[in-house]
Ligand binder design. Structure first.
Ligand SMILES: [Zn+2]
Length: 438
């Protein structure tokens, strides 16, 4: 296999794919699905487009195995988030290559994952190696606004998807230090639970020149002051404990012991203050509450009748939602009306003692010996929740080598990918899939 040719082929596909406008809303993923289908058709890999709502297309392709083992799903999404054109070095939808990087919306999240998953399928097909499992490539609509026309729809309407044993999806990466050395293989096997609340304060409207004691804005601000200061208790689940333990040897000597046993470590006040000042770590060890929307009043001289706020709460899987809500209400006081705006199911992380996880570990050990492989709890939400809901063992792992600084370009201006990642990523997927499907 000439991997440089594979890189160049992947680069051309990703350039063309980036040029297809699938900004969601409205998404218009059907054009992306049609583009991918043409590539698959040319290689005689059967695929089908589903379009549950006009323009909201997803594409499912299957590379057949002999069925002696259950299928593996390679998941990716076609839609991308909107762009602010002014902030970009290169136009975001033109597929421009500059100094070894392809720039554009979706080049990290996650058209590039779609392309390396596609390339892995093409490589395995061209090699003609018999497979024990079906490999299912699924490029979906609507991830960026909740999955209603994509994975959520598919899990309800395409029963064969429920036969899947393992899935790989976006979320985790091979994280590099700033000097380019690998720091860790971060593989997300679970995510926090969405629990968004809308608060409403009611009062009496009036003239701003005559303050009174029933101003909803004042009530809201006072209640929010209490809730946003709440230091929720620590709640450590095994995945998180494992993460810190595996990262312990990289810490300075004074912190190593605390990482070794994070539950015990957090009992140390100065360590817990240090750890929770890092938003990523903080989100791993407790339920979090972010005040994200505030609405109250429309005019400088009018006291409004009501005002509202939204709390984006993210819970550690296994948290009792009713109890959490009770705790929230207790802090808000009885003047506040509380409504659940949206919530996801509380799902345990996928197990790690599996053939697929071991295959990733083996790949990591061969390519980056001494680099820890860490499972981690994703603070945000991906489509993986719809798979875990159906019992599919799902790992969020896209084998690109990226620094945390490069990753900050996701959803931001100047999103880009190093072209060497298209080669490494395809090669990694091919090796991992061979280990579990051949
Ligand atoms: Zn994404």
């Amino acid at each position: 296999m000439d991997w440089n040719n594979i890189r160049d082929e992947a680069t051309r596909y990703l350039q063309d794919y980036t040029r297809i406008n699938t900004v969601n809303p409205p998404g218009n993923e059907i054009e992306g699905a049609t583009f991918l289908k043409k590539i698959l058709d040319a290689e005689s890999i059967p695929s089908q487009i589903y379009e549950p709502s006009p323009g909201r297309g997803s594409l499912l392709a299957t590379l057949k195995g002999n069925g002696s083992k259950r299928p593996i799903l390679l998941l990716n999404h076609i839609d991308v988030v909107p762009v602010e054109k002014e902030g970009w070095e290169c136009p975001p939808l033109d597929g421009v290559i500059k100094e070894g990087y392809l720039y554009g919306r979706g080049t990290l999240d996650c058209k590039s994952l779609g392309i390396i998953e596609l390339m892995a399928l093409l490589v395995l097909k061209r090699e003609g190696i018999p497979l024990q499992r079906d490999l299912i490539f699924f490029a979906t609509a609507d991830e960026e606004t909740g999955g209603k026309w994509g994975v959520q729809w598919a899990m309800e309407n395409l029963p064969p998807l429920r036969e899947i044993e393992y899935a790989l999806n976006e979320g985790g990466h091979i994280i590099l230090n700033e000097d380019g050395t690998p720091d860790r293989y971060a593989i997300s096997n679970g995510q926090k639970v969405i629990f968004q609340l809308k608060l409403k304060a009611r009062g009496t409207s009036g003239h701003g020149s005559m303050p009174h004691s029933d101003n909803p804005n004042v009530k809201l601000v006072q209640a929010l002051n209490l809730i946003t200061r709440w230091e929720t208790p620590f709640h450590i689940i095994p995945t998180v404990k494992d993460y810190f333990k595996k990262m312990a040897f990289k810490q300075p000597p004074d912190k190593r012991g605390f990482f070794e046993d994070i539950e015990k470590g957090l009992n140390d006040p100065s360590f817990s203050t240090w750890l929770t000042s890092n938003p990523i770590y903080n989100a791993m060890v407790r339920n979090t509450i972010s005040l994200t929307v505030l609405q109250g009043g429309t005019k400088a001289n009018v006291i409004p009748l009501e005002s509202t706020a939204t709390l984006d709460c993210r819970l550690i899987p296994g948290t009792n939602k009713e109890k959490f809500l009770e705790e929230v209400k207790k802090r808000l006081g009885n003047e506040m009306e509380v409504e659940i705006l949206s919530e996801s199911e509380s799902l345990p992380p996928s197990p790690l003692d599996t053939e697929l996880y071991r295959a990733i570990e083996t790949f990591a050990a061969e390519n980056d010996p001494d680099c820890p492989i860490v499972p981690y709890l994703l603070a945000g939400a991906t489509d993986s929740r719809f798979l875990r809901e159906k019992g599919i063992i799902t790992y969020d792992f896209c084998p690109f080598r990226l620094t945390e600084k490069e990753l900050m370009r996701v959803h931001a201006n100047n999103e880009r990918i190093d072209l060497e990642n298209l080669k490494f990523g395809t090669k990694a997927l091919v090796e991992i899939l061979k280990a579990v499907a051949v």
